[in-house]
Design a protein around this ligand. Sequence first.
Ligand code: RB5
Length: 142
Amino acid sequence: MRIAIGSDHAGFFLKENIKLYLTKEGYEAEDFGTDSPSSCDYPDYAKKVADAVACGLSKFGILICGTGIGMSIVANKTRGIRAALCSSSETASLARSHNHANVLCFSARFLSEEEAKQIVSTFLTTPEEEGRHRRRVDKIEA
Ligand code: RB5
């Protein structure tokens, strides 16, 4: 399964580690940058990852910045993207099962690497629930 991943400078080191983790777990990580801890603008990377997911090149996207907030705001501007800012395995699970999120955003500053890996693992393995949750998701976009 192909996963698009991106970060700004604040998320750079965590992105590199999450990339290794994805590969170890058998996922194909496509890295949309940034490529160094030098200061950069999070919207540039959020748009690239959101586009890769929206056009079907990647099944899911992962976006990391200082808080995860900027990434989620930008990614949700792209049609077809449901980006969820998650801070725990529990919220990652619900983002998938109830909201059918296709982009995971999280903070590099307020999570440990271990917590981030748990969130990623849960997000990528939790299925979407049908029924009332599908009905609600269908109402998000006309
Ligand atoms: C960068 O300092 C910081 O503003 C950015 O990583 C992110 O947290 C924005 O939402």
